[in-house]
Ligand binder design. Structure first.
Ligand code: NDP
Length: 432
């Protein structure tokens, strides 16, 4: 993104300057406007592949085929959605958790506080869910039957929330990093940190709803398989166990989210609202949905290799992120048993040259991608649909690395060039 310039608000009730930016990401207004329709359409299409076409790609041949891709909401799905959202809101409000400060806000506006109760809330949510399933009060196969209507309801909720967020941003008269272009701002958002006191909407929807609902479905889908077939398949166990490791890890290190681009930099608009309410829970569990639609087996040796691959990815991902986190707290702390090599910068925050950060500039992405690929491989080679996660995630992280590179170049100037000379690889040591 080009660096923003501050201009006065055109007609506002607020004296804060508006940060006006060019509408230049995702192909500008036309690109963002198209993505507003394309992203939900992709999600409905992928759902139809697993729910209506045995997990295979298909081509609509008539208008009826297209209409069938968009399930009509049901009362039962609305009740499940409403109960889940209500539980999450209540847990966010009452669950215990440390209050921590986020990163410094732009334009010297201080820092915001956040309550870190995601792990507690997730544990309670899963306990409630397992209790309902075990008691027979709720059947996993009912939730699976309602996945289509739930997808429609979640999409409508994301659209409604985005209109409301857009209106909120305008009403406050403090359009944070707005371009002034309506379709672009609707997609990218007009408000950075919408919140009621400690209840931060972007953080809540990313953590409790996005990650939490993904985790809940990673439990529900294997139970549905158990209900249907009386047994749990090896691929299903491998995918859900590996994903749950990733999700629990996220909640254990929930405060790391506060230093991520989504929270620090991105406004809360349709792109993120849809990502948290729809994209993450539905598309990240395509592997399990595929396994339900098209049961497959996995030899024990292949399952073992996939689990090892996932664990290797996890160790790289977690260790790299921890090394940076510890380094930011105490730049003298040993890395891999040795005093760290450090590049001092004019900006004041040093750059780590040891450990994973000396091998490539984003080995944490390498770990993430390794895990992602392992989850897809567990589904075998019968369809490209369960590979959607890696096919979407790899370009996303490649783009993210380039965006972060540009941000760091802006932040560190010549010092960043010096770091790039010392650590020439972007993501994969000695290769890329
Ligand atoms: P990173 O955690 O990679 O952080 C990038 C920042 O780290 C830079 O802007 C810079 O900020 C600092 N930094 C860069 N190099 C160094 C260095 N050598 N020494 C010290 N600090 C350095 O960014 P992300 O937020 O993109 O990723 C966090 C994790 O989240 C990753 O593991 C990623 O894989 C994962 N992720 C997962 C997604 C998903 O959908 N599952 C989506 C996106 C990310 P500064 O110098 O200002 O501190």
């Amino acid at each position: 993104m080009s660096s923003p310039t501050s201009i006065a608000p055109a007609s506002t009730t607020d004296t804060e300057p508006v940060e006006r930016v060019p509408a230049d990401h995702f192909g500008g207004p036309w690109g963002a406007g198209s993505l507003t329709f394309l992203v939900p359409a992709i999600t409905f299409y992928l759902w139809s592949c697993v729910a209506q076409h045995d997990g295979q790609l298909w081509l609509p041949r008539s208008l009826d085929d297209v209409i069938a891709m968009f399930p009509v909401p049901t009362v039962r799905a609305a009740a499940i959605f409403g109960a889940w959202m209500a539980l999450q809101v209540v847990l966010q409000l009452v669950a215990p958790g440390k209050v921590v400060e986020g990163a410094p806000l732009p334009r010297g506006q201080g820092r915001l506080s956040y309550r870190m109760n995601g792990l507690f809330a997730f544990a309670v949510s899963i306990a409630v869910l397992v209790g309902l399933l075990a008691s027979g009060f709720l059947r996993a196969s009912v939730i699976v039957e309602e996945l289509g209507p739930l997808l429609t309801i979640s999409t409508l909720a994301a659209v409604a929330q985005s209109f409301w967020l857009y209106a909120w941003g305008r009403q406050r008269g403090k359009l944070e990093r707005s371009s002034g272009n309506v379709p672009y701002d609707f997609f990218m958002g007009t408000v950075l940190n919408p919140r009621f006191g400690l209840f931060d909407l972007k953080f809540f929807f990313e953590s409790h709803i996005g990650m939490g609902t993904w985790g809940a479905l990673a439990v529900v889908l294997p139970v549905a398989e158990l209900e249907r077939t009386g047994t749990l398949s090896l691929p299903m166990i491998v995918v859900s166990a590996c994903q749950l490791l990733y999700i629990v890890d996220f909640f254990v290190f929930e405060s790391n989210l506060l230093s991520m681009l989504d929270i620090i930099y991105e406004n809360y608009g349709f792109m993120l609202a849809h990502a948290f309410l729809v994209w993450m829970p539905f598309n990240f569990t395509l592997q399990q949905q595929y396994l339900l639609a098209s049961p497959s087996s996995l030899p024990a040796w292949a399952a073992a290799l996939i689990v090892v691959m996932n664990l290797v990815g996890y160790v790289i991902f977690r260790d790299a992120n921890l090394q940076k986190q510890r380094f930011r707290k105490d730049p003298t702390k040993n890395v891999w048993g040795k005093p760290p090599k450090v590049l001092e910068t004019k900006r004041g925050t040093a750059l780590l040259l040891s450990g994973w950060w000396g091998l490539a500039r984003h080995t944490n992405y390498l770990g993430d991608l390794t895990m992602a690929l392992s989850w897809c491989l567990a589904c075998g080679f019968g369809s490209v649909v369960p590979y959607f996660y890696i096919l979407y995630f790899a370009p996303l992280l490649l783009d993210r690395e380039r965006r972060d590179h540009k941000l760091c170049k802006d932040k560190y100037g010549a010092d960043w060039d010096a770091y790039c000379k010392l650590v020439p690889y972007r993501i994969v040591p000695w290769i890329y």
